[in-house]
Write a protein that binds this ligand. Structure first.
Ligand SMILES: NC(=O)C1=CN([C@@H]2O[C@H](COP(=O)(O)OP(=O)(O)OC[C@H]3O[C@@H](n4cnc5c(N)ncnc54)[C@H](OP(=O)(O)O)[C@@H]3O)[C@@H](O)[C@H]2O)C=CC1
Ligand SMILES: CC(=O)N[C@@H](CCC(=O)OP(=O)(O)O)C(=O)O
Length: 345
């Protein structure tokens, strides 16, 4: 059994990790941290986990974490970069769900995250953990930077188009909407039901910290510079992201083969589902599941490709993808613990 630790166990992604790991056949959760709830049994705070874990939250002590084989960081940005180097020296493998190790250009990172990077060496060594792109590198990595939620939905939808050079990389548009759990559990006023319910708004339209992360992945796929416009929106639901993506086809004649391009790109991917052309993937079709579902559209004879891509921000956008990465790192069955279909309705 792989001994697992979780730093930041009281947040939404931390408890989602526990929900998934509760049925994972190869894992024993040894340690789960919270500074504010240290000493409190996990099941007292999360009754859905009663009967699954006989564990209490503890302080994030390096010695306990160093006794684990694998540690997940489900903490705010800036925490993992300070704690990870000591775990690396101890030979522990880490998947970081925060953005600390996602961006290779550390000036860009410092600009968007408002602090200097404190672990530049590991920022370069970390592998960006989008399994559909970097499975081999993930299998050998000691440190994996789990992709952000919006970046997962957006990159997976654009990748086949950019890898094949089918679209103009200067004019990519991602119009994305997220449920409120994307904002975490730390009680921000803007996330209260009274603020989010019965309302719908764009935010970060002048620039969001996921923009450089999305651009980094798309540039890698295209092999050239990319112009990306990304606008996130907050919608009155709890889980889920829908990203409507727009790209200009270089050759309108390629429309006829786009469906096949997408199907063959993802045919062997266990967690990407390309639906029939013209379908409308719904966020509820992935709720609770480690799945990205997408579909292609064309309006009249336009040369604009439209891709609609949906994920559960807490699963394929965070904890599920993190467990998928752990499975790859440890040579386990990639789908272990992740096979449950979505909850519907
Ligand atoms: N919510 C989402 O949909 C997604 C989130 N992410 C990322 O995952 C990370 C976690 O997100 P989320 O679960 O929403 O966050 P939450 O705010 O819900 O939870 C944060 C957790 O980290 C702990 N924590 C906070 N500060 C520290 C610290 N200095 N040292 C140790 N532990 C700390 C908190 O517990 P305590 O204060 O008691 O120690 C809490 O358990 C974030 O970086 C987020 O950006 C990524 C993709 C999607
Ligand atoms: C709805 C909402 O607030 N979403 C968050 C993004 C989710 C997240 O946690 O960001 P990381 O993937 O970078 O960790 C936001 O826009 O800040």
């Amino acid at each position: 059994m792989i001994k697992v630790g979780i730093v930041g166990g009281t947040g939404y992604t931390g408890v989602e990790l526990l929900r998934i790991l509760a049925v994972h056949p190869d894992v024993q959760v040894e340690c789960i941290t919270s500074r504010s709830e240290a000493g409190m049994p996990v099941a007292d705070i999360y009754p859905n986990l009663r009967g699954h874990f006989d564990l209490a939250f503890s302080e994030p002590e390096p010695e306990r974490l160093k006794a684990c084989d694998m540690v997940f960081f489900a903490t705010p940005h800036g925490v993992a970069m300070r704690m990870v180097p000591e775990l690396m020296d101890a030979g522990v493998r880490v998947v970081d769900l925060s953005a600390d190790f996602r961006i290779k250009d550390l000036d860009v990172w410092a600009n968007w995250y408002g602090m200097p990077h404190e672990s530049p060496e590991w920022a370069q060594k970390a592998v960006y953990g989008l399994p559909e792109v970097a499975r081999d590198a993930i299998s050998e990595a000691q440190l994996v930077a789990n992709p952000g939620c919006y970046p997962t939905a957006v990159q997976l939808g654009f990748l086949p188009l950019l890898e094949q050079g089918l679209v103009n990389p200067d004019r990519l548009i991602a119009d994305a909407k997220s449920g409120a759990s994307g904002g975490g559990r730390q009680g921000k006023i803007g996330m209260l039901h009274g603020e989010v319910g019965e309302s719908f708004k764009a935010y970060g339209a002048s620039g969001h910290r996921h923009l450089p992360e999305i651009r980094q992945g798309l540039v890698q796929a295209a092999g050239q510079a990319c112009g990306v416009t990304f606008v996130p929106h907050l919608v009155p639901m709890v889980r889920g992201i829908e990203a409507t993506l727009y790209a200009e086809l270089n050759n309108a004649g390629d429309f006829d083969r786009l469906q096949e391009v997408f199907e063959s790109r993802y045919r062997s991917e266990p967690f990407v589902d390309v639906m029939p052309f013209g379908s409308h993937p719904e966020t509820r079709s992935v709720r609770g599941a480690n799945q990205c579902r997408m579909a292609l559209h064309r309006q009249e004879q336009s040369n604009m490709v439209i891709v609609s891509s949906v994920i559960d921000n807490l699963v394929k956008g965070a904890a599920g993808q993190a467990v998928q990465n752990m499975n790859i790192m440890f040579g386990l069955n990639e789908v272990a613990g992740l096979e449950a279909p979505a909850l519907l309705p």
